[in-house]
Ligand binder design. Structure first.
Ligand SMILES: [Zn+2]
Length: 236
């Protein structure tokens, strides 16, 4: 079931208090229109009733998409700093809903689902887009890392992220996106071969894959966010 709650939000432009339906949960199998809205980058965006300036709520919802084998805890960018905490939250929530702590029928559904946590709209959009295009998000992240190694001037760091924007035929379109404003800085077009090459030589990437999949936050961002799970566990 998709769930919405009516909330009051102040317009960032004129401060007028608007009422909107904030999403708590998306069931994309029953509401594929919501999946389309996320990919079209219009979900949870409303025009202000007073000044017509449009604004968007940060994501804060569960996303279920059995057709595409995906379950996501979609959070806002401000939660990125505490990504390890939110990874644990996502895993616990998934376990109760579709994992080892769920009812047998739900566990059966859970077998086809990948559990993920994302921060910000570009990240959740990318996860859904990748699955609808038949792409493996782990391979996609490794492809990005490979690309970064070849681009010494790449602006990777806190505050900017590399996202798949479109996959058309043999070409992928990626963009450097500002994390906070979601503004696109520049576009990179690469051949799909870059992805296939990693998929075919996956074993060479075993070490990186282990890092990317040590929790539901499967994103190269985690490699640039300071000590990861292993280091934080060693310090305990
Ligand atoms: Zn306004």
């Amino acid at each position: 079931m998709s769930l919405f709650t009516s909330i009051h939000v102040d317009c960032p432009a004129c401060n007028h208090t608007n009422t909107m339906d904030a999403v708590g949960s998306v069931n994309a199998d029953r509401r594929p229109d919501l999946r389309d809205d996320i990919i079209a980058d219009v979900f949870q965006t409303i025009p202000c009733a007073e000044c017509a300036e449009s604004f968007r709520l940060q994501p804060e919802f569960n996303y279920l998409d059995v057709e595409n084998g995906l379950w996501i805890l979609a959070l806002g960018v401000t939660s990125l700093a505490d990504h390890l905490i939110h990874e644990d939250r996502a895993r616990d929530l998934f376990d109760i809903s579709y994992g080892s702590n769920a009812a047998p029928a739900a566990q059966e559904v859970g077998e086809v689902l990948r559990c993920r946590v994302t921060f910000g709209w570009p990240a959740v959009r990318e996860k859904i887009l990748a699955r609808t295009e038949g792409l493996d998000d782990v391979v996609l992240e490794m492809m990005k890392l490979n690309l970064l190694r070849r681009l010494p001037e790449a602006p990777i760091g806190f505050g900017v992220e590399l996202r798949l924007m479109a996959a058309a035929g043999d070409m992928f379109e990626l963009a450097w996106v500002m994390t906070k404003s979601e503004e696109v800085q520049s576009i990179i077009r690469i051949s799909r071969d870059a992805y296939d090459g990693i998929a075919e030589n996956r074993a060479d990437w075993a070490e990186v894959e282990a890092l990317l999949t040590d929790g539901p936050f499967c994103d190269i961002q985690k490699l640039f966010l300071g000590p990861g799970r292993e280091a934080s566990q060693a310090a305990e």
